[in-house]
Structures are given as structure tokens and as C-alpha cells.
Design a protein around this ligand. Structure first.
Ligand code: 5GP
Length: 217
């Protein structure tokens, strides 16, 4: 087990409905030494990529992205979520579904903070069905910038996001991939990443796993 998997086993809480709570160390109270280790690991996994910007989404991605940014020595841009959108031509806006809140969010980035010269590492806390991530990818692509890679703290491998994103050809690095969880026993099963091959099995998402996202710019 790696350092993040060990911490999930120690302090993560499995809730009904396939939700893993990691709020005591990752996305409410934050263990900065752990975040720093994660940043170092992202730097190692994306070594050689010409990353000049990190993009994340509020709120939970921000802390992880900021600590990681110290290892890359680059600025962080975070996409804002808002109910009221002011489409004044200065923003990239994508519509994404929220797994946890079961609603549609607008994900917004000011155009001045993403340009065609940017080589972007996208970072987020969780990857489930990949809706949040697809919105961020669309925004980067709308700006004519390049997605150099995607760094995720915890991927839920039994949901479709990881397959979809890897099948699209992106370098997706998840520090922990959860393949199963049991709310009754609290047990969490991790994928052995040393056995993963490049790309991924081309398994199509199941019904109900497909997220809707669209860019409005
Ligand atoms: P997706 O868009 O990939 O379906 O969901 C990603 C977002 O949903 C993450 O940014 C995260 O905030 C939230 N999320 C998804 N699954 C979980 C989970 O099991 N636990 C927590 N805490 N958040 C989750």
C-alpha cells in the first residue's frame, strides 16, 4: 500500500451509496504533510511534461493543487462553480453534473487565465464518473491550451470516469484507485497499480454512469 492508501485505511470512512469520506485529512480538514507528499508524487509521475499551470475546481481541489504547485513552481487556476452565469464573453463555461450533490454545476474560468500557450496539469481530489474532469478538459481545450496530464488523489475505479478519461488518451494518474468499498465493514479494496497497462480496458460506461457536460463559451 502506498502512503495515501494507508491513510485511507486508517482515517477514511465508507458511507452508504459508494461515498468515501476523507474529510479528516483531505477535503475538509487537510493534512498538509500528506498533501505535500502527494504533490511530490505528482511531480514524479509527470516528470518531463512541460507543465506551466495547474487547473483545479473549487472547493476540494484547491488545497491539493496549491501544495502540488509548489513542487511544479507554477500558478494555480481554480474553476469557479456558480448558479448565476454572466456570459460576457470573458469566461469559459462548462456545464457538469455533480456526483455528490446530484445537480448541474456551471464551471467557470476567466479567459485571461488560460491561453493557447498554457500546458496544463489538471488536479482534483476525487474521480468518480468523470463529469467534473470532463468539464475542466473542455475548458482547457476551448482555450486552445494543452492538457499535459491529470492528477487525482482518489479514483473510484468501479465508476466509469477513469476508463473514459484514459480511453480519451490522457495521462491520468490517480494516487489511490478504490475498486470496492463496503459500508458495513468499512473495508476498502485498492487496485494494484503495478499491474495496470498503458491505456485501459475499453469498457463502455454502464447506463447511468454517463455524465452530461457541455461547454458554453
Ligand atoms: P465526478 O464528476 O467524477 O463524477 O465526481 C467528482 C467529484 O465528486 C469530486 O470532485 C468530488 O468532490 C465528488 N466525489 C465523488 N465521489 C466522491 C466520494 O466518494 N467522496 C467524496 N468525498 N467526494 C466524492
Amino acid at each position: 500500500m502506498n502512503f495515501l492508501e494507508e491513510r485511507i485505511v486508517k482515517d477514511g470512512v465508507v458511507k452508504e451509496g459508494n461515498v468515501l469520506k476523507v474529510d479528516s485529512f483531505l477535503n475538509h480538514q487537510m493534512d498538509i504533510k500528506l498533501l505535500d507528499q502527494m504533490g511530490a508524487e505528482f511531480k514524479r509521475r509527470f516528470a518531463g511534461r512541460p507543465i506551466n499551470k495547474i487547473l483545479t475546481i473549487e472547493a476540494s481541489g484547491i488545497g491539493i493543487a496549491c501544495v502540488a504547485a509548489q513542487h511544479f513552481d507554477v500558478p494555480v487556476v481554480f474553476a469557479k462553480k456558480s448558479q448565476s452565469i454572466n456570459l460576457d464573453g470573458e469566461m469559459y463555461v462548462a456545464e457538469v453534473e455533480s456526483f455528490t450533490h446530484k445537480c448541474i454545476n456551471h464551471v467557470i474560468v476567466a479567459k485571461k487565465f488560460l491561453t493557447p500557450d498554457d500546458h496544463v496539469l489538471i488536479i482534483d481530489d476525487f474521480l468518480a464518473n468523470g463529469c467534473a474532469l470532463q468539464g475542466l478538459i473542455q475548458i482547457v481545450q476551448s482555450a486552445g491550451a494543452t492538457v499535459e496530464g491529470i492528477g487525482i488523489a482518489i479514483e473510484k475505479g468501479f465508476q466509469s470516469g477513469g476508463r473514459i478519461i484514459r480511453n480519451l488518451g490522457f495521462q491520468l494518474e490517480s494516487l489511490a484507485i478504490v475498486d470496492g468499498m463496503n459500508a458495513e465493514t468499512g473495508e476498502v479494496q485498492f487496485r494494484d497499480q503495478s499491474k495496470m497497462t498503458a491505456g485501459c480496458g475499453c469498457v463502455e460506461p454502464k447506463e447511468g454512469e454517463i455524465c452530461r457536460s457541455a461547454t458554453l463559451d
